[in-house]
Write a protein that binds this ligand. Structure first.
Ligand code: SF4
Length: 171
């Protein structure tokens, strides 16, 4: 046992240093307090993949891991648009997804807020309007917030949420 402890002390920490901006951790307290002031609870997000290549989804998964810890900021994903404050849409909107996207938008409680995540959702990605896709989210439903990138990195997604919480847009 002593031999193992001596070896652990001699080896030290060998994991990769934390690269997430420390201010996310510092902002967690402030953002949760701002959410409590504005909503009185956590911020609920419903995500719809409207024809993404799944690159954007990988980054969304990343913000939910323990490393980026989006829930630690008081933001969580929900399974129904009826429980959501914000609808997050990825992809250039395949034509087959138009009815589902419209139904999801209708199911959102007022005030309806839509976040288009990724270049494709904003109409500036590699998938443009064609026989299979509409080309952008705001051609189907109104968009309030955008996060650019192909795909946007987790830090950019968190920054956008923090900026949203920092405004009175949720009130
Ligand atoms: S923005 Fe990039 S990563 Fe996201 S769906 Fe389009 S091609 Fe894929």
């Amino acid at each position: 046992m002593h031999k193992l402890i001596r070896r652990l002390i001699a080896t030290g920490i060998v994991t990769i240093p934390r690269s997430v901006p420390e201010r996310f951790a510092q902002d967690a307290y402030e953002s949760s307090r701002a959410l409590l002031r504005q909503l009185g609870r956590a911020l609920a997000v419903r995500h719809v993949d409207a024809g993404s290549c799944n690159g954007c989804e990988l980054e969304i998964h990343a913000v939910n891991n323990p490393y980026y810890n989006l829930e630690g900021l008081g933001i969580h994903f929900v399974a129904s648009p009826r429980h959501a404050d914000i609808l997050m849409v990825t992809g250039p909107v395949s034509r087959h997804m138009v009815p589902a996207l419209l139904m999801t938008y209708e199911a959102l409680a007022d005030p309806k807020r839509v976040l288009a995540l990724g270049d494709c959702a904003m109409g500036r990605g590699i998938f443009h309007a064609n026989y299979a896709t509409v080309g952008r989210v705001d051609a189907v439903i109104p968009v309030d917030i955008t996060i650019a990138g192909c795909p946007p990195p987790p830090a950019a997604i968190i920054e956008a949420f923090l900026a949203l919480i920092g405004t009175s847009a949720l009130a």
